[in-house]
Design a protein around this ligand. Structure first.
Ligand SMILES: [Zn+2]
Ligand SMILES: [Zn+2]
Length: 636
């Protein structure tokens, strides 16, 4: 390889007859050969003249246009020059390779061709050529002419052989990384530079190859097509089917080594050496994680005994552990663990084997955290017991009382979890109050209210919140009851409080009420909530409770959306015609993810609609009110 950056005569101006500029996709070595050819020199003579592939040097010697004229070209040269200086090992400068079709299109040596493991032409999808079809010799860099073999035959006449798609994508990706352009990025190569991509190709293409022998990564003549094509072909198939193909390869590797002396231990020791020592940069994390996912499965699987002697250092660095191991540590069922993963509370991945076996792995480093969270929760049954609230009532008020309560599973029949701290907080209220065995005549306990007063769930929640806020204070505690049902109030005060509560505007409306307010069918109101046009809060597990909407959110909805029907009223035309007129203005109804409600078009209130109505009706702005102000009375 010639040293393209070293100059023995830094100051002198080489005596060149012709000074062509480099191309914007041209490789450095290819450019020097082209430059030497047009000047009837050899590359070695050019180097002796002090030529350096460096933007400053080339510009000073009139081999680059003024940077202001072609900043892109200068950036290209600067990028490659930097690559030459910093990462010399990415360049395949011992061997020359090319795409005959590209050369026939344009007599330039493309930069990608000078990279290791860039084996396929991204444009034509053919394998690159590095051996002359006439003389049978490897093509040399110290030939005289860019477009001819050292034997004189025309390189553009070489036959190009079609290559598979994945190696082609891989070459396109390598070239794009070199030139700083966009391309399809294979998953494990995200964030890798050219050097890292090449190392990964070498690893996957050699190490995953069953026939590669004892020292698979020792690759002689990696720059020759006859050596490199099989490496890139295998690597490309693996990276573009990630991580499945990677895991399949590891399985095959394991099977093939099962009967041999090295066995699994050897396999893992090598993997450890390469993956954790060779690929220690952060950018290789997806690679290491994929390996750990596979390892965790086999560590746990039928091979567990045999794998017991895995290198300790490998196990220590493994982040993923089998779900069954994690579930045991957390003292929860595997189904519960699976649900924690689904809720995003712990990172996990699940695979399904060809035999249908499900296999879950989770991040070990998150177990401590999740474990402390689980300790902080109690089941709804336990909370009900402690608070002294009956089951049916609790289900109704649970979501209202504990906004952070959650169901342990998605399914309706599975239990809820209540934050222990909130339950404890409620129980602590009134701890200082006098304890009674029977309430006075003018007093009533909350337990009695639960049983005999027909209070709604909202009223009970409001009462608990009022007590928490200190605006309503229990007078004593009843010792025959449990939890908050021990609270004793003055009957008259409680009655008055309830009346005041119901005089104020309603805080919440149900979906049927919401539909009545809007003057639409319930089906439309459900569509509006399902598609998130208004925020609705699901209540409890019981079907008949459904969802409810805050009054402010009803108002907010009214300020944000308008029915096509209302616009039609203003325009004094049919809804259908109004929709057409609006569509002509490029104004379309809101769309949702579920099927649209029949014949009720909903529009976002916008300046365009306002302007259109002003124009269409000839009215002055503000002559009609798109926003009807709503009062609580409207909900009746
Ligand atoms: Zn080509
Ligand atoms: Zn030849």
């Amino acid at each position: 390889m010639n040293d393209l950056t070293f100059s023995p005569h830094p100051g002198s101006d080489p005596d060149l007859l012709v000074r062509p500029f480099p191309g914007r996709e041209e490789g450095p070595q290819g450019y020097l050969l082209r430059l030497s050819e047009v000047n009837c020199l050899r590359v070695s003579e050019l180097i002796q003249l002090g030529i350096r592939y460096d933007p400053v040097w080339l510009a000073r010697h009139r081999l680059l246009p003024d940077p202001a004229l072609d900043p892109d070209l200068r950036a290209h040269v600067a990028r490659l020059a930097q690559g030459l200086t910093n990462t010399g090992r990415i360049w395949n400068h011992r061997h020359a390779r090319f795409c005959p079709l590209c050369l026939a299109d344009e007599p330039l040596w493309r930069a990608g061709w000078e990279l290791y493991f860039h084996d396929v032409c991204p444009r034509h999808g053919v394998w690159l050529v590095d051996q002359c079809g006439s003389c049978g010799q490897p093509l040399r860099w110290n030939r005289d002419a860019l477009l001819r073999c050292q034997c004189g035959s025309d390189l553009r006449q070489e036959t190009a052989k079609g290559a598979p798609e994945n190696p082609r994508h891989l070459s396109a990706f390598l070239e794009a990384r070199l030139l700083g352009r966009d391309a399809v990025v294979p998953v494990p190569m995200e964030g890798l530079d050219v050097d890292q991509v090449q190392r990964l190709i070498r690893y996957l293409g050699c190490y995953m190859d069953l026939g590669s022998g004892a020292k698979p990564l020792k690759l002689r003549n990696a720059g020759r097509m006859e050596i490199s094509w099989s490496v890139t072909a295998l690597a490309a198939e693996i990276v573009f089917d990630w991580p499945r193909a990677f895991h399949d390869s590891l399985n095959r590797l394991q099977e093939s080594s099962a009967g041999e002396k090295t066995g699994l231990r050897g396999l893992f020791r090598n993997a450890y050496h390469y993956l954790y020592k060779g690929f220690r940069e952060a950018a290789f994390r997806p690679l290491r994680e994929s390996f750990e996912l596979w390892l965790a499965e086999h560590w746990k699987g039928g091979l567990a005994r045999r794998n017991r002697r895995l290198p300790a250092e490998l196990l220590a660095s493994v982040q993923w552990i089998p779900g069954t191991v994690a579930a045991n540590q957390l003292k929860i069922s595997i189904a519960r663990l699976r649900n924690l993963v689904r809720e995003g509370r712990i990172d996990g991945q699940e695979s399904v084997s060809t035999t249908g076996r499900r296999f879950l792995v989770v991040r070990r480093d998150q177990l401590d955290q999740i474990s402390s969270q689980l300790v902080g929760e109690m089941s709804m049954a336990a909370a009900m017991e402690m608070l002294g609230i009956g089951k049916v009532r609790m289900q109704r008020i649970l979501r209202l009382l504990f906004p952070s309560a959650r169901r342990t599973f998605d399914k309706a029949f599975l239990p809820w979890c209540v934050p222990r701290a909130e339950v404890d907080g409620l129980l602590a209220i009134g701890a200082h109050l006098p304890v009674q065995s029977i309430p006075d005549e003018q007093q009533v306990s909350l337990g009695y209210v639960f049983k005999y007063w027909t209070w709604s769930a909202d009223e009970i929640v409001a009462l608990v919140e009022a007590v928490k806020a200190g605006s309503l204070v229990p007078q004593a505690m009843l010792n025959s009851a449990r939890g908050i049902s021990r609270w004793v109030f003055e009957t008259a005060q409680l009655r008055a409080w309830q009346q005041r509560l119901n005089k104020g505007p309603p805080k919440w409306v149900s979906i049927p009420e919401f539909a009545r307010i809007l003057g639409v069918k319930q089906q439309v109101a459900y569509w509006i909530t399902q598609n998130g046009l208004v925020r609705a809060e699901r209540l409890g597990v019981l079907k008949d409770i459904g969802s409810r909407i805050r009054w402010e959110d009803v108002e907010r909805y009214r300020q944000t959306y308008v029915f096509g029907r209302e616009i039609a009223e203003i325009l004094r035309c049919s809804s259908r015609k109004a929709a057409r007129l609006l569509a002509e203005q490029g104004i379309y109804p809101v769309r949702g993810h579920s099927a649209e409600p029949s014949r009720q078009l909903i529009y976002a209130r916008s300046d365009e609609i306002q302007r259109f109505l002003v124009q269409a009706t000839g009215a002055s702005p503000g002559a009609f009110k798109l926003v009807r102000s709503l009062g609580p009375g409207d909900s009746d």
